[in-house]
Design a protein around this ligand. Structure first.
Ligand code: UDP
Length: 246
């Protein structure tokens, strides 16, 4: 199935619910397709506007989903709303659930070595049917990247979760995705959440669209990153205003 898209500052977000995306990804997986999924938030949109290589990289993805309320609201303001947010963490959990039931092979790349170990332990307990095809921490030099990609290839995974933060994770996937006919997805800080090192906002905070505030309270150093949001909103409003004049 091909989803229609909604453009936010030149990035085409698919108009699909989480359930529709998961169904599509499982169909792709069963067909042995090679897929690259980007879950993008406003920070990623702004980073891509500043860096054309990153923009081109993101645009090679098969699906770009709205990771966060900022994108959902942005599409609504621009008059072509996506139905809901579809986060990397939620997609990863849904795919792990599928892999648990079907004994699929999963590769985990990213985060610090100790947190990665805890992530693997958590997956063993929570999703015992998952076959952990391999894993590697996220702190490696660019000269080591090809060796890690070869390790991924040898592991024959169906799902490759890459938790290196942006833009590294998307750059890595673009460069190496052809090594394995798998679903490759950048998942940011999701391993830290799975491992219990970082807590996700309670459901009520998520429902009130203040997950970002919860993350800020947990890690006040994120304030610099959050300053991207007003800039993002200003650009959206500018785009809305100027497109009306055309
Ligand atoms: N990370 C990594 N290698 C690096 C830089 C970052 O593995 O060179 C990991 C980091 O340990 C963390 C994740 O990437 O687990 C990024 O988390 P962040 O909260 O910044 O991502 P977000 O979810 O906000 O995109």
């Amino acid at each position: 199935m091909k989803f229609s898209t909604s453009n936010v500052l030149d990035i085409p977000f698919i108009k699909a619910t989480k359930k529709e995306v998961v169904t599509q990804l499982i169909t792709d997986h069963k067909a042995g397709q090679n897929r690259f999924i980007v879950t993008a938030n406003p920070e990623i949109v702004l980073a891509a506007r500043k860096d054309q290589t990153y923009m081109q990289t993101i645009k090679t993805a098969d699906y770009i989903t709205a990771d966060g309320i900022g994108i959902v609201k942005g599409t609504a303001l621009l008059g072509n709303p996506v139905p809901e947010r579809v986060t990397g963490f939620d997609l990863m959990c849904a795919l792990l659930h599928h892999a648990d039931l079907h004994h699929d092979r999963v590769f985990f790349l990213g985060t610090k070595p100790t947190i990665l170990q805890q992530t693997i332990i958590h997956v063993h307990h929570q999703y015992p049917g998952v076959i952990i095809a391999g894993s590697h921490d996220g702190y490696f030099t660019s000269s080591e990247a090809a060796k890690i990609a070869a390790q991924i290839k040898a592991a024959h995974p169906s799902f490759v979760f890459v938790a290196l933060g942006f833009p590294k994770q998307e750059m890595f996937i673009r460069q190496f995705r052809k090594q394995a006919p798998a679903l490759w997805m950048g998942v940011g800080g999701s391993f830290d959440v799975l491992a219990g090192a970082v807590h996700r906002a309670p459901q009520s905070w998520q429902e009130h669209h203040v997950e970002w505030l919860y993350r800020l309270l947990q890690d006040p150093r994120r304030i610099g990153r959050m300053m991207a949001l007003p800039h993002y909103l200003a650009l959206i409003l500018w785009r809305k205003f100027t497109s009306r004049q055309e």
